[in-house]
Design a protein around this ligand. Structure first.
Ligand SMILES: Nc1ncnc2c1ncn2[C@@H]1O[C@H](COP(=O)(O)OP(=O)(O)OP(=O)(O)O)[C@@H](O)[C@H]1O
Ligand SMILES: [Mg+2]
Length: 274
């Protein structure tokens, strides 16, 4: 078993942000997590990456409970389990290649990185990854000079620099226009298909989850209320996950602005994409 999540809970005060969730991932896949705002999606990813401590439960990766790791073991896990964020989290004024090299910062001495003395092998590896993601020609530009879609690909490149077994992506396309959203999702999917890394992505739109994931987990109020294939994710099921009333519209959870029927829905979608 690759990943076993057992009765994982996270309380904030008396409120359970994640409420006793359990699921298994037998072998590497592309897993999407969906659910309305506040469902507990980010809290779960943050527990996996040990950015947030769980209140209870166990997350076993390749048979080892990663929730109890401390010190160097915890840092080693964090480098095997790379995280990608909605807001990219790059250093805006630093060049792209250095941003990518920062993916292995914790493995290098402070002194050498302070003076940008990166070993040649590391620099070549960073450039090869940028090339693979189609942004090699941006390597010397400042990160802030790139488009959102390019910046997110730099963030993915930084994650790959760690050579992680798992990539966690927290709404990786929520700040992107539909075209860039597609490029970034295609990139994540490719990394799974070609490298067999496990990808777990929180996604804010149904059509993206259906299109890219092998498996979709639906969360509501901290609990798992759906766990199945994209085909099983029907409109009725989606309505249950999002807890929407009769006015629930599939289009309101779509990445494609063109598909939207009314101005009200379009405004909603744009706000969600903004
Ligand atoms: N640091 C914190 N302190 C207190 N409450 C928190 C904290 N972080 C999250 N919560 C609460 O936990 C619940 C789950 O939050 P979480 O951010 O995991 O949801 P989410 O599904 O990622 O939502 P979104 O789609 O808005 O990103 C929410 O009720 C939130 O207010
Ligand atoms: Mg979130």
């Amino acid at each position: 078993m690759l990943l076993q999540v057992r009765n994982v809970t996270r309380l904030f005060g008396t409120k359970a942000a994640v409420d006793n969730i359990s699921f298994d991932v037998a072998k590497s896949g592309f897993v999407g997590i969906i659910g309305r705002s506040g469902a507990g999606k980010s809290t779960f990813l943050r527990m996996m990456n040990r950015l947030t401590d769980a209140t209870g439960g166990e997350i076993a990766f390749e048979g080892r409970n990663i929730l109890t790791l401390q010190g160097a073991d915890k840092r080693a896990w964090q480098s095997q389990c790379a995280m990608i964020f909605q807001q990219f989290n790059l250093v805006p004024r630093m060049d792209v290649a250095s941003n990518v090299l920062h993916g292995i910062l914790n493995r290098r001495s402070t002194l050498s990185t302070m003076f940008s003395f990166w070993p040649d092998d590391d620099v070549l590896k960073a450039l090869a990854i940028l090339d693979r993601l189609g942004i090699a020609e941006q390597a010397t530009k400042r990160a802030e000079a790139l488009s959102g879609g390019q910046q997110q690909r730099v963030a993915i490149a930084r994650a790959l620099m760690q050579d992680p077994k798992v990539i966690l992506a927290d709404e990786p396309i929520a700040s992107l226009d539909p075209m860039n959203a597609q490029i970034v999702m295609d990139t994540l999917r490719r990394i799974h298909d070609e490298d067999r890394r496990l990808v777990i992505a929180n996604l804010h739109t149904l059509d993206t989850a259906r299109r890219y994931c092998d498996r979709v987990i639906g969360m509501r109020d901290g609990r798992i209320v759906f766990d199945g294939t994209p085909e099983q994710l029907t409109t009725g099921v989606a309505r249950d996950i999002y807890g929407a009333d009769a006015s629930f519209s599939e289009n309101a959870t779509s990445t494609s602005i063109e598909a939207l029927p009314s101005d009200a829905d379009a405004d909603y979608a744009r706000r969600m994409l903004a």
